[in-house]
Ligand binder design. Sequence first.
Ligand SMILES: Cc1cc2nc3c(=O)[nH]c(=O)nc-3n(C[C@H](O)[C@H](O)[C@H](O)COP(=O)(O)OP(=O)(O)OC[C@H]3O[C@@H](n4cnc5c(N)ncnc54)[C@H](O)[C@@H]3O)c2cc1C
Length: 470
Amino acid sequence: MTDLQQTLIEQLGDQCVSFDAGVLEAHAGDWSDAPRRSPQLVLTPRTPADVARALGLLSRLKQKVVVQGGLTGLAGGATPQAGEVAMSLAKMNAIEEFDQLGGTITVEAGLSLEQLQTHVEAQGWFFPLDLGARGSCQIGGNAATNAGGNRVVRFGVMRDLILGMEVALADGTVLTMMNKVTKNTTGIDLKQLFIGSEGILGVITRLVLKLEPKPTVSNTALCALGSFESATLLLKELRRGLPALSSFELMWDDFITAAMDVGGLKAPFATRSPVYVLVETLGAAEESERQALEAVLEAALENGIVDDVIVAQSLDHARQLWAYRETVGELLGKLKPHAAFDVGLPMTAMDGFVTTMKSTLTKRFPEQTHLFFGHLGDGNLHLLSGPYADPAAMHEVEARVYEQVRDAGGCISAEHGIGVIKQEFLHLSRSPAETDLMRKLKGLLDPSGILNDARVIAGPREDDSSAAIH
Ligand SMILES: Cc1cc2nc3c(=O)[nH]c(=O)nc-3n(C[C@H](O)[C@H](O)[C@H](O)COP(=O)(O)OP(=O)(O)OC[C@H]3O[C@@H](n4cnc5c(N)ncnc54)[C@H](O)[C@@H]3O)c2cc1C
């Protein structure tokens, strides 16, 4: 046993420390293609106090640590680097308080998104964040990455759903900010610093989340459209006519074909169309919401915005329509090693971006698959491109895509974060002054640099200031 292992066991108890080979391998990486590496050991604190105690100790030992939630991240942030220990929040999944009057819930950060959704729905409440990795990703990981997902167009991103938070800083200091009210103007809202900071500033241990009354009715429709422009017109019409609109998921034809292939699904329509949109409403008025949806879709069919429509006739039918979009997990697996992009683009630039990138990538990498899909209402476009056996080829794709994003006035990450795999491209989205301030904050909150070091912001770099978007 090493000195570090012995000290950690003495201080934290052997229940919290594991160096079993199988456990180390299970904590060797997230869902991204960042190279897997087993940590020295895995810490599994059971309480927020354990987290603080462990961090205090690691800080004194100057031992680097990587924070791990459900390991579904796509940016390599939770993947261990040389010499790091891993701190997994998996055993911290308690539901501490459920305020059914105010519609808030207080949970530990290691609770999975799906466990939370199921728990509140059983009691007539609803936590609107939803993403394909719901079964494994943790609420703390969702907060650390400021996750988005399928319902942002109506309910916002994770940041919009967090009222309060507790964070353990690298030296073991605990910031308890368990606010439960929507309006709080008592100085700087410090929790915002940690949302989306990917674990480089502190470990999120507990959260207070805002709930919605559980919708009792949902409607789902899959639409076939002739162009991206038609999709933007449909979105506008749906927003105008349907306050219950909760999802508007755009998929290009290649994506649907790949989804059919990997998921064993039938073609949704008799003929193919350039783009498809999956629409969902969530509400409480069965007849009027269905009628409103059908009215907008009928008008869209009549005036040629939409070519064809399938409206789900049952919950099972709705699941069948969602199945195309939900094959993303399988596609991510099938196209490994892949480059998975989650860029943000102004609506006006998205179509041109897709056309240019499709043609550039298909010419340059004809053997690879390049699939485009996205959350149109949020200006968030995904591109899944692979497999790339040659890392240099993957790097070339990343550079081409991110430079094009910069030129289009977008951002290089709208959902998954920077982690390790996008660090070298951060300057395309953030100015030197911004990254400098991020580094200063990191230095202030983690002076020894033990926490998720060398992620998001690497060491000082020679920035080309003309490349940054202001
Ligand atoms: C099939 C699939 C679909 C996905 N769909 C979406 C989507 O629609 N929208 C979306 O936004 N993302 C999506 N993702 C990405 C991923 O699920 C999210 O980023 C998720 O929020 C990560 O949560 P996690 O618990 O798995 O975090 P991890 O992968 O474990 O960690 C992610 C980052 O957060 C840090 N971290 C984790 N927990 C904490 C904590 N408690 N305190 C401080 N830092 C912490 C880690 O160090 C790391 O930097 C998808 C992933 C997959 C595999």
